[in-house]
Design a protein around this ligand. Structure first.
Ligand code: AMP
Length: 170
């Protein structure tokens, strides 16, 4: 299946100059949704996974689904102020300014094997900050897994040291 047929480009969203990859056509199509989930599971192969960490908000579409199929738990990484319990925060640099992500302090045990999943790998800042949160709790990042990779932004270079897999490259 050519998954690119189910991803539409939205020009200048959410801000001027960005071409947003809208995956809702893929999500609403039962055949494409199932095929994409299965293909992302194949990217994981027989790597052992204890938990899948998904990033707010579009990482939440597939991460719990992958977790369930991998017989693993799911952990959300969220924007500041959303998680209710004791949490750890990571501030990271954007092209202009900074952003931050949070994870519950009790969400990962030392030595647990963690699959990171998000919908899009762009500059890699989000995934790198997530990996650092996970490692701060003692987890081991076994793969960074994405539906789409914007290769021209070279995000994988920021994730060197981790296996990076994406279903579709642009
Ligand atoms: P980055 O930290 O630059 O790798 O950005 C990754 C995050 O931003 C992911 O959570 C994506 O959902 C989102 N993102 C970045 N660029 C795009 C894009 N062109 N289309 C859709 N989502 C994007």
């Amino acid at each position: 299946m050519d998954f690119k047929n189910y991803v539409r480009d939205i020009q200048n969203f959410p801000i001027e100059g960005i071409t947003f990859k809208d995956i809702t056509p893929l999500l609403k199509d039962k055949t494409a949704l199932k095929a994409a989930s299965e293909a992302m599971l194949e990217l994981v192969g027989n790597v052992e996974v204890d938990k899948v960490v998904g990033m707010e908000s579009r990482g939440f579409f597939f991460a719990p689904l992958l977790a369930s199929c991998l017989d693993a738990g799911f952990v959300p990484v969220r924007k500041p102020g959303k998680l209710p319990y004791k949490k750890v925060r990571k501030v990271y640099a954007l092209e202009y300014g900074t952003d931050a992500l949070e994870i519950h302090a009790d969400s990962i045990e030392k030595g647990e094997r963690i699959l990171i999943h998000d919908d899009v790998l762009a500059t890699g800042g989000t995934a790198k900050a997530t990996a650092e949160l996970i490692e701060g709790l003692g987890g081991i990042v076994v793969q960074c897994n994405f539906l789409l990779e914007l290769k021209f932004l070279n995000g994988a270079a920021k994730l060197n040291g981790y296996p990076v897999k994406a279903l579709v490259q642009y």
